[in-house]
Design a protein around this ligand. Sequence first.
Ligand SMILES: *[C@@H]1O[C@H](CO)[C@@H](O)[C@H](O)[C@H]1NC(C)=O
Ligand SMILES: [Ca+2]
Ligand SMILES: [Ca+2]
Ligand SMILES: [Ca+2]
Length: 256
Amino acid sequence: MQSFSITLFTAFIYGVSCNNPPQLQQNYVFNVKEDVPVGTIIGRITAVDLDGPQELTFSSSNQLTSDIVSLTNPMGSSSVGRSVNMVLNHMLDRELRTDYDLEFDVTDGYNKVHFYVRIVCLDVNDNSPRFLSPSYSKAISSRSPVGMIVLFVVASDIDSGLGGQIQYSLESDDPSDLTYFFINTQAGLLMTKAPLISIIYHEFKMRAVATDGYGLKGHVNVTITVSNYAIPTAPPTHSLITPSLPPVTGRGFLIG
Ligand SMILES: *[C@@H]1O[C@H](CO)[C@@H](O)[C@H](O)[C@H]1NC(C)=O
Ligand SMILES: [Ca+2]
Ligand SMILES: [Ca+2]
Ligand SMILES: [Ca+2]
C-alpha cells in the first residue's frame, strides 16, 4: 500500500520534471520607430522545446498586447527553434507612450510559459513647434530705448532630441520692420533694435517663427504698436483735445 502511493508520487514528480518547458531564445526587446506602418513585421520570437509533447504555440496573454501586435507565420520545428512574427496592429506614438511590455504565453501542450517582450518606441520628428499663445501683441512708446525687451514668445515641441529643440526668429512681409526689432534665437525675447523715435504711430505686423532642429516650423502673429502718445496703447479717438490726429495705419515719420 505504502509502496504503491510512493510509486504514484514518484511517477507524478517524474512526469512533471521529465517534460521540459519551452525556452525562449533570448529576452526580446524591439525598437520600433513611431512612424512604422501597421502590418510591418517588427520582430521575430523564437523558442525551443526538445521534448514536446506538441509543437510550440504562441499567444498574446492580454488585451493591450493583442491590440498592438499579432503573432503570425509560426515556423520551424520546436526541437531546433520555432518562431513567430510580431506584426504591428496599431501605429505607435512616442509622444503618448514610450515603451510597452507586451505579454505572451508559449506552450508545448504540457507546460505554459509566460513571457514579456519589450517594445521601445523610437522618436520621429513628427511635431512642429507650437506657440503657447495664439498671437502676441504689445503697444510701446516711440521713446523706447534700443535693446528694450518688448515681449517674449514661447513655443514647445514635444519630440525628443534635436526634433524638440527650438530656435526663434522674426519675419515680416515688410523687411524694413526687421531693422527695428529682432528676436533672441534661444530665449524668444523680442527686442528693439533701432530708435523708434521718428514713428508717430505704426502697427508692426510681424511673425515669430519657431524652428525645430530638423527644420519643422511653427508661426505666430506678433503685432507691435508703436506710438508717440503718452499712453502707448490704441490711438486716441477723435476729440477736441487732439486736433491733429496722426495716421491710424501706415508708418508716420516726424519731419525734422
Ligand atoms: C496672421 O496675420 C495674417 C496677416 O497679417 C492674417 O492673414 C492671419 O489671419 C493672422 N493669423 C492669425 C492666426 O491671427
Ligand atoms: Ca516540453
Ligand atoms: Ca515624435
Ligand atoms: Ca519637432
